[in-house]
Design a protein. Structure first.
Length: 199
């Protein structure tokens, strides 16, 4: 391998070290193995992969449906909440992992319909004062913000419960945190512009 190729490979690895989704929103130890996909040997967040896949599909189909079916803000609002409803059901009912993956995919589409709901409501407001359209905007934003906060905290609490039961919990560098420490070192070096710099 030439020096140029070696440099380029190194830069790729460095970039991956500082990539925020590398940690997969979970520690990268065996206890959280079912929360990650392995892609070309790298662990990536399973939830994020499914969520962003849904988001990409939503970006393509939602605007088309909104235009061709002339969807109003009520339909967009109901569609968003129906798609979103699968998330709390999945979180509290603990279905098989494949159902959770599907739920994350639907949540990705719901994020797009959420945006579409707000845009369609704003368009409605430009035609004249419409209290319902205004209410839909506020309710949609409130549901998004509160549910995001709630589910993020819940995930953190559940992660912590797994860690507390783990035999490595009191180890200064447990299997799951080694990657986190490596990433922190990479970030620090990246900011300093030394070995991990992309210069
Ligand atoms: S304490 Fe155990 S479960 Fe938690 S991150 Fe470390 S190795 Fe994983």
């Amino acid at each position: 391998m030439s020096k140029k190729e070696q440099r380029s490979k190194l830069k790729k690895q460095e970039r991956w070290l500082v990539y925020p989704y590398r940690l997969a929103h979970h520690p990268l130890c065996s206890k959280f193995e079912d929360h990650v996909y392995r892609i070309k040997g790298y662990k990536v967040c399973r939830g994020c992969v499914n969520l962003y896949s849904g988001f990409l599909v939503g970006i393509v189909i939602v605007p088309m449906l909104a235009v061709f079916l002339n969807i109003n803000f009520w339909i967009a609002f109901v569609a968003t909440n129906v798609l979103f409803l699968f998330t709390p059901l999945s979180v509290f009912l603990h279905p098989p992992r494949i159902i959770k993956d599907l739920t994350r995919f639907l949540l990705g589409i719901a994020m797009v319909t959420c945006l579409a709901t707000i845009i369609i409501s704003i368009v409605e407001l430009t035609k004249g004062i419409n209290g319902w359209a205004l209410a839909v905007i506020f309710i949609t934003i409130a549901i998004y913000v509160t549910s995001r906060r709630y589910f993020t905290r819940l995930r953190d609490r559940r992660n912590e419960q797994v860690c507390r039961k783990c035999e490595q919990f009191y180890h200064p560098r447990c299997e799951g945190l080694v990657s986190g420490i490596d990433r922190a070192i990479a970030l620090e070096s990246h900011e300093k512009g030394d070995a991990f710099s992309e210069q």
